[in-house]
Design a protein around this ligand. Structure first.
Ligand code: NAP
Ligand code: ZN
Length: 352
């Protein structure tokens, strides 16, 4: 075991503060990574504030962070894909059972025995896993990804959650050229959704509550932007979408979007608001529409997404911050005031 610097929350109402945590020494299959950047996902905020208490209650102290990129510092004797000095990345999962049908299908995110990067039982050290708001992490090689060398590291970090969470459902539900695709909520996930829908050739339309994000949406690859609070603008698109990705973090009316789906159209929820959303059955019955959900993506698909980003030169639009600004960043996240992902420069942890 060794000590790593980190930022943790002591309770649902305390700010994140500097701390020291234990990390395991690398076992034969492990990769030790010096963390260079970690994105701030809205899930970090939900978890730190225990907003998912009935599904995944938070264990304190909580060290969040699951959008990790860094440099390999040490590898175990059985590690073949990485060597010290390589750039490497870790997303939302650090382990799974590798034997269940989900794991065999490359869908580790649906393994009943997976281990999330933070706030999950730590099989090695006891207690819970600690995430990427830290200067170092040790992860089994199966869950470590390769970062294409042309990508900026601060902008690549958010690909590990915001990227895969939007790429996976688009691939699963066949977003391609000729499809009309909506993205609801231009935040961390949403702006990646726009980049992917555009790169996959779809006619891409952003729904936003923020008039000030209109220009950015077009720059990010949207063909059109709709202010979702304008009922007339919404009504013009009734019954026309093949696929809508809803990446909103708070309570909102999903029925307004269901009305916009074409026959057999699908609204996929990736946002995970604290409270349940009301669903009108009538909106679904007409036109055989569906509402579904999607959780991150499997490890092979995450690598596929990173390689796709390498090929198309896609990264997240980031505001790089020192870790000391993390509490301020959380408050801004709640006001939808980030363009479009905070990425923590972990060098700032050295002064703690
Ligand atoms: P974020 O950066 O805070 O973006 C959320 C966006 O939702 C905001 O930028 C805003 O977009 C819109 N929004 C916020 N409050 C709203 C409200 N009251 N009504 C309507 N729109 C509102 O969050 P994120 O990191 O992208 O995460 C989004 C959600 O996805 C979170 O709930 C997170 O936990 C979840 N998530 C799920 C997965 C998964 O695997 N399914 C993975 C990661 C994250 P506009 O300003 O454009 O309106
Ligand atoms: Zn996330």
């Amino acid at each position: 075991m060794y000590n790593a610097k980190a930022y943790s929350a002591a309770s649902a109402t305390s700010p994140l503060a500097s701390t020291v945590i234990a990390r395991r020494d690398p076992t034969p299959n492990d990769v030790q990574i010096e963390i260079l950047f970690c994105g701030i996902c809205h899930s970090d905020l939900h978890q730190v504030r225990n907003e998912w208490s009935n599904v995944m209650p938070t264990v304190y102290p909580c060290v969040p962070g699951h959008e990790i990129v860094g440099r390999v510092t040490k590898v175990g004797s059985a590690v073949t894909r990485f060597k010290p000095g390589d750039f490497a990345a870790v997303g939302c999962m650090v382990d799974s059972d590798r034997t269940c049908p989900a794991c065999k299908a490359g869908l580790e995110q649906f393994c009943p025995n997976f281990t999330l990067t933070y706030n999950f039982p730590d099989k090695h050290l006891g207690g819970v896993t600690y995430g990427g708001y830290s200067d170092s992490v040790v992860v089994d090689q199966h869950f470590v990804l390769c970062v294409p060398s042309n990508l900026n590291l601060a902008g690549a970090a958010p690909l590990l959650c915001a990227g895969i969470t939007t790429y996976s459902p688009m691939r699963h539900w066949g977003v391609t050229k000729g499809k009309k695709v909506g993205v609801v909520g231009l935040g961390g996930l949403g702006h990646m959704g726009v980049k992917f829908a555009h790169a996959l050739g779809a006619h891409t339309i952003v729904f936003t509550t923020s008039p000030g994000k209109k220009e950015d949406a077009l720059r990010l690859g949207a063909d059109e932007v709709i202010l979702s609070r304008n009922a007339d603008e919404m009504a013009k698109h009734a019954g026309s979408f093949d696929f809508i990705l809803d990446a909103v973090s708070a309570e909102h009316d999903i029925n307004a979007y269901i009305q916009l789906l074409a026959r057999d159209g699908n609204l996929v929820l990736v946002g995970a608001p604290e409270k349940p959303l009301a669903l009108s059955a009538i909106g679904l019955l007409f036109a055989r529409r569906s509402v579904s959900g999607s959780l991150i993506g499997g490890i092979a698909e995450t690598q596929e997404m990173l390689d796709f980003c390498g090929k198309h030169n896609i990264t997240s639009d980031v505001e790089v911050i020192p870790i000391q600004k993390v509490n301020e960043a959380y408050e801004r996240l709640l006001k939808a005031d980030v363009k479009y992902r905070f990425s923590i420069d972990m060098a700032s942890l050295k002064s703690e």
